[in-house]
Write a protein that binds this ligand. Structure first.
Ligand code: C5P
Length: 395
């Protein structure tokens, strides 16, 4: 199940540290490569020698290793498929929430861009502290999975919520996430995002309010699910996959044409301008004495429709997904649009609502398929919606 996978376990200074020895044994039995990082405090509860023997790897504690040319926090982050921090103390949780990197474990956590699972364990009053609660909320909002502590008798003598969850639960979460990280492996997913920019002259343009966040969330989720990702976008994003920065609808069409024949899934989340100016002016247009001026526009190609038509005569037949933003009669308009465009799925967005959609961190959408099926996704963060969309189209 886990062969070829590297599980990076971060152990912090809590009494439950000794329980992680059993977890390492189970992960090794499932053929995982297990790497362990301890905070200096963790070594008060469990020895380096025990962890080294169980993991059959060096245990990292020191941040600066004279023998390595590459900083250890970067190489450990790069080689791991998943990072698990268990037990995670209130101290380490709070540092990670704020991006503090003052030891090897917190530095690796700061440099880690793949899936992270955190299993907290602490005194129940610490768990109920508002600062810790807020930091847990921050970590969750970044897509980090929190395996909540359980109620029970605590090592400090209290009875309450704070005990590390069971080793079985942690083991199952690792397996589940590794499976998830392979859902799209071997597939190339091309995603567009952002509003296109149609220049009028060197200083002015026509565009729209699309922030590109939904497409970015889709690209991140596809990457987490193991896909080779290409994001074609009008916005500035930084991510560990190929990003093609474009401006106009025509640029976006060119980039898509280039990627088409090697794509397995194409998702058009971009808000493409329907029109561009007929004549771009090389010089800044001067103000005239007229009270009104007319800007002549010509239609842009419907890229999505064009891709669906191209697919009919192509050997490569990628799955094609479109988006539609409607301010009224959402489902009715979306149904007409999916057959007009010829795509496999259409993700319908209601832009009359101010709490979701354009610029917002959240979304609520309905997925329509070409056979008339429909699935509504309840309001959630764009990263949760992105994951649900990808899981649905991959079924
Ligand atoms: O027709 P409408 O603009 O509502 O369609 C939205 C969908 O079509 C989106 O997926 C968008 O990326 C795509 N589109 C396109 N080319 C256009 C306009 C929209 O590919 N010129």
């Amino acid at each position: 199940m886990l062969s070829g996978k590297t599980i990076l376990i971060g152990i912090t200074g809590g009494i439950a540290a000794y329980k992680i020895c059993e977890l390492i044994r189970q992960l090794k039995k499932s053929n995982a490569n297990v790497k362990v990082i301890c905070t200096p405090n963790a070594l008060n509860f469990v020895t380096k020698l025990t962890l080294q023997n169980l993991s059959q790897n060096d245990v990292a504690v020191e941040e600066f290793n004279i023998k390595e040319w590459k900083p250890e926090h970067i190489s450990l982050a790069d080689e791991a498929d998943i990072m698990l921090i268990a037990p995670a103390t209130a101290n380490t949780i709070s540092k990670i929430a704020y991006g503090i990197a003052d030891n090897l474990l917190t530095s690796v956590a700061c440099a880690f861009s793949k899936k992270m699972i955190i299993a907290p364990a602490m005194n129940c009053n610490m768990w109920n502290n508002d600062a810790v609660k807020n930091n847990i909320k921050t970590l969750r909002s970044r897509g980090i999975e929190i395996l909540e502590p359980e109620n029970g008798f605590l090592a400090c003598g209290y009875f309450g919520k704070g005990r590390l969850c069971s080793i079985k639960k942690i083991f199952d979460a690792v397996i589940e996430n590794i499976k998830y990280s392979q859902l799209l492996s071997g597939k190339k997913v091309v995603i567009t995002s952002g509003g296109t920019i149609e220049d009028i002259d060197p200083v002015r343009y026509i565009s729209n309010y699309s922030s590109g966040k939904m497409g970015f969330a889709l690209a991140n989720s596809a990457k987490q699910m193991g896909a080779e990702v290409v994001l074609i976008t009008t916005k500035d994003f930084d991510a560990p996959y190929k990003i093609i920065k474009v401006k106009s609808a025509l640029d976006m069409q060119n980039a898509l044409d280039y990627e088409f024949s090697t794509s397995d899934i194409i998702i058009m989340a971009a808000a493409v301008a329907d029109y561009r100016v007929k004549e771009y002016s090389d010089q800044k247009r001067k103000k005239t004495s007229n009270q009104t001026i007319t800007l002549e526009l010509v239609e842009n190609p419907d890229i999505l429709k064009g891709l669906c038509e191209k697919r009919q005569n192509s050997q490569k037949k990628p799955l094609i997904i479109g988006f539609c933003a409607e301010s009224e009669n959402l489902i009715e308009n979306a149904k007409t649009k999916i057959s007009k465009k010829g795509c496999d799925y259409l993700i319908a967005n209601d832009i009359s609502r101010t709490d979701i959609g354009f610029g917002s961190e959240n979304n609520e959408v309905t997925i329509l398929d070409k056979n008339g099926g429909m699935k509504r996704l309840e309001k959630a963060s764009k990263s949760v919606i992105a994951r649900q969309i990808l899981e649905y189209i991959d079924e």
